[in-house]
Ligand binder design. Structure first.
Ligand code: 3HC
Length: 300
């Protein structure tokens, strides 16, 4: 959490677009590492929500890191929060930024339009990155001039806890951009792996088919949700079993990823649509975030 680490690199000011779970987490870890952060949302109410999420999460981090020194923990929370500003106009926000990390809705046309707009107003040196979980970075960048200063920075939920960052290079990403993205990832405390711009990068390409296979086991009646989860926790050392992880990721997200890949690669049976998932989504049972998925999270 030292700010000196952050000051060593080329990127000192980050604009995070989207204050949902991922965007708030990205803003939080950047600010905790000493970066100046501007968080962009579409309205003040959403900005407030993102701010309080970050505040709560920072308090959890402080409780752990500054266990013996609560006063220092309070200072850490306060200083980190003071490095985060909010904005509702993305074009204004990027005028003085070194890096833009986009974490908005997973919709190609909306992402392309956002980046095309920002491309016209952001400084020349500014690097653009998307936190997309399954869309092609090359396609997202296609409407921009700065294809050499464009890449993927894919974080994992919960961002403050998960140690990995996938740094994605397209065929156009320059060596200099790639180096700066890797340095930045390390500065914000993540272990960076690099991968090509392929569907799902590394983690989701392996994780999503596993979640889908677990749902297929349920559909066949091979085992109960609890038994599948216990099996993978105790037999494979996973922190969460695949059914609870599917609830944690959100069924709308998993369905979106699977459907997109199925459309592009219909010959791959791993990506076939799942009746159970479609049903849960149509009923609004998206998992933990809605209080119900495969399991119920409603407070009794
Ligand atoms: N902010 C800050 N700290 C948090 C936090 C948050 N949002 N969430 C959890 N923590 C901290 C807790 O304070 C706790 O700290 P402690 O060790 O000092 O007590 C620690 O993390 C563990 O949390 P809990 O005790 O509440 O619960 P668990 O031990 O069950 O851990 C978990 C929770 C970290 C979520 C763990 O179950 C886990 O690692 N699960 C797997 C998550 C995973 O696979 N994520 C990737 C999903 S895929 C993805 O994101 C890609 C996308 O593109 C779809």
């Amino acid at each position: 959490f030292s700010s000196s680490r952050a000051m060593a690199g080329a990127i000192k000011h980050v604009t995070v677009i989207g204050g949902g779970l991922m965007g708030s987490g990205i803003a939080q870890v950047s600010a905790a590492a000493g970066q100046k952060v501007c968080l962009v949302e579409t309205n003040d109410k959403l900005l407030e929500g993102a701010n309080s999420r970050i505040h709560e999460s920072l308090k959890r981090v402080a409780k752990k890191v500054y266990k013996e020194k609560p006063a220092e923990g309070d200072k850490f929370v306060e200083q980190t929060m003071s490095r985060i500003s909010g904005a509702t106009d993305a074009s204004e926000a990027v005028k003085n930024t070194d890096l833009v990390v986009e974490a908005i809705v997973e919709n190609m046309a909306i992402k392309q339009k956002l980046f095309a707009t920002l491309d016209a107003v952001a400084p020349k040196h500014t690097i653009f990155a998307s936190n997309t979980s399954s869309l092609s970075i090359t396609e997202i960048a296609s409407q921009c001039q700065r294809k050499d200063r464009f890449g993927g920075l894919h974080f994992f939920n919960p961002v403050p806890v998960m140690k990995l960052l996938e740094v994605v290079r397209t065929n156009d990403t320059s060596d200099d951009t790639f180096k700066k993205m890797m340095e930045w990832g390390q500065e914000v405390g993540k272990t960076c792996i690099t991968c090509k711009d392929t569907p799902g990068f590394v983690v989701n390409r392996l994780l999503v088919p596993m979640l889908a296979e677990a749902v297929r086991m349920l559909e066949r009646g091979d085992a109960s949700p609890r038994d599948i989860d216990t099996a993978m926790k105790l037999g494979a050392g996973h922190p969460m079993g695949p059914i609870e992880l599917a609830d944690y990721v959100g069924h709308d997200t998993t369905k979106f990823i699977l459907d997109g890949w199925h459309e592009k690669m219909p010959e791959n049976p791993l990506f076939n649509p799942l009746d159970t998932l479609n049903k849960l989504v149509s009923e609004g049972k998206l998992g933990m975030k809605t209080g119900e998925g495969f399991y119920s999270y409603k407070k009794k």
